[in-house]
Design a protein around this ligand. Structure first.
Ligand SMILES: Cc1cc2nc3c(=O)[nH]c(=O)nc-3n(C[C@H](O)[C@H](O)[C@H](O)COP(=O)(O)O)c2cc1C
Length: 196
């Protein structure tokens, strides 16, 4: 007998890179509070400005929540990927687990020949393996890594990193130059000690 419904959908964020962290925190807070009051479990994945969410619970609760989700202005282009009766909740114990892009997930995209994560391309055969990865993965914290801030921020970090490497390189060159310039003079007493 099927006691629960498992619903998955894909959507795109409407948040700007500057506010995505704040918006994710608010969404997760609302989700965790409402879901725990209604016996709903699930997982929210965010990457490349897309959301993938799985919610599990009693049919009426899931239907009501999905109606609200469709009207939420913090995301757009909401597409239902699956809606199936299940006997067991896969995310039992998680009122809303949150997962960001991790090596195992990036590997999953690459093995399906995607340049980047695109939840709209998850067909029936891929939803199950993707849910397995999310179920077995550690939970992430919103804003803990560059992906959450959007591509502009990632580019900014790469640029800063390049500047840091450049400055360290110049500093090393100056040190080596100073050592060569002053180091030759100090080699005389050392030779004297060795000769004794
Ligand atoms: C990507 C995304 C995922 C969300 N997931 C949930 C969720 O799992 N549970 C939930 O109660 N609200 C979730 N929300 C928020 C709901 O859309 C809605 O704002 C919230 O349930 C409060 O609705 P209410 O003020 O009408 O009660 C999510 C919103 C977004 C944008």
């Amino acid at each position: 007998m099927s006691n629960y419904i498992r619903l998955t959908y894909a959507s795109s964020t409407t948040s700007k890179p500057a506010t995505i962290r704040q918006d994710l925190l608010a969404i997760l807070n609302e989700a965790q509070m409402h879901n725990s009051n209604h016996g709903i479990c699930g997982v929210l994945f965010y990457g490349n400005n897309y959301f993938f969410e799985c919610i599990e619970g009693r049919k009426l609760d899931i239907d009501i929540l999905y109606e609200k989700l469709l009207k939420d202005p913090r995301h757009k282009e909401v597409v239902l990927l699956s809606y199936q009766p299940v006997t067991k909740m896969r995310f039992m114990g998680w009122n809303m687990k949150y997962v960001l892009q991790e090596p195992a997930i990036i590997e999953f995209f690459e093995s399906n020949n995607w340049e980047k994560f695109n939840p709209y391309a998850l067909d029936e055969d891929l939803i199950e393996p993707f849910l397995n990865i999310l179920a077995n993965h550690n939970e992430s914290t919103p804003g803990e890594r560059e992906e959450v801030l959007g591509r502009e921020a990632v580019r900014g970090h790469v640029l800063n990193y390049k500047y840091a490497v450049f400055i360290i390189g110049i500093a090393l060159l100056i040190l080596v130059g100073m050592y060569m310039f002053t180091g030759f003079g100090s080699s005389v007493p050392v030779q004297g000690i060795n000769m004794r």
